[in-house]
Design a protein. Sequence first.
Length: 215
Amino acid sequence: MHDSLTPLSGMVAMINMMLGEVVYGGAGAGLYGIVIFIILTVFIAGLMVGRTPEYLGKKIEAFEVKMALIAILSPSIVILLFSAIACSIPQGLSSLNNGGSHGLSEILYAFTSSAGNNGSAFAGLNASTVFYNLLIALGMLIGRFGIIIPVLAIAGSLAQKKIIPVSQGTFRTDNLLFVGLLISIIIIVGGLTFFPALSLGPIVDHILMQNGVLF
């Protein structure tokens, strides 16, 4: 069904997963996805105010930030690297039912779905091949455990820390300023990571569709 979406609609479905399912995501994946972005946001806010970042009374230190970065980079590497491999060899291209930018969107969506706790696909891609079975399975392992393990490590680290009393220098995380900063970090991280690939896929596909070129 997703293959029948307009290019921009397909892109929205991809972006929702690329951002860690924090937008209309699952109750589990969406929760730990937003927590990872919160840790990254309080870290950046701490750099701006010159103070060790805190969240829920617990200090966010180097270990938590490193784990958050691993959790953010793991699915991103799967999506972009595996899509690049599939676009570069005959085994990846032979499964396409459509060429051009729409074909790239089909490949991009397949690995986005596998790394993003989702099971949907563009029907134009025949993933029932040895190449895609192996690569998508590997993408599922990295995309899931590459997030689950760092999140559990963060939880264990924070559980051992004592709660720090709130002071005048504490950066609050329960106001509109923090919400705006969090949304900005999510958009910037997602935009910088995936915008080039989306530009070559669904965005170009939409422009060509407007000019009567279909694949």
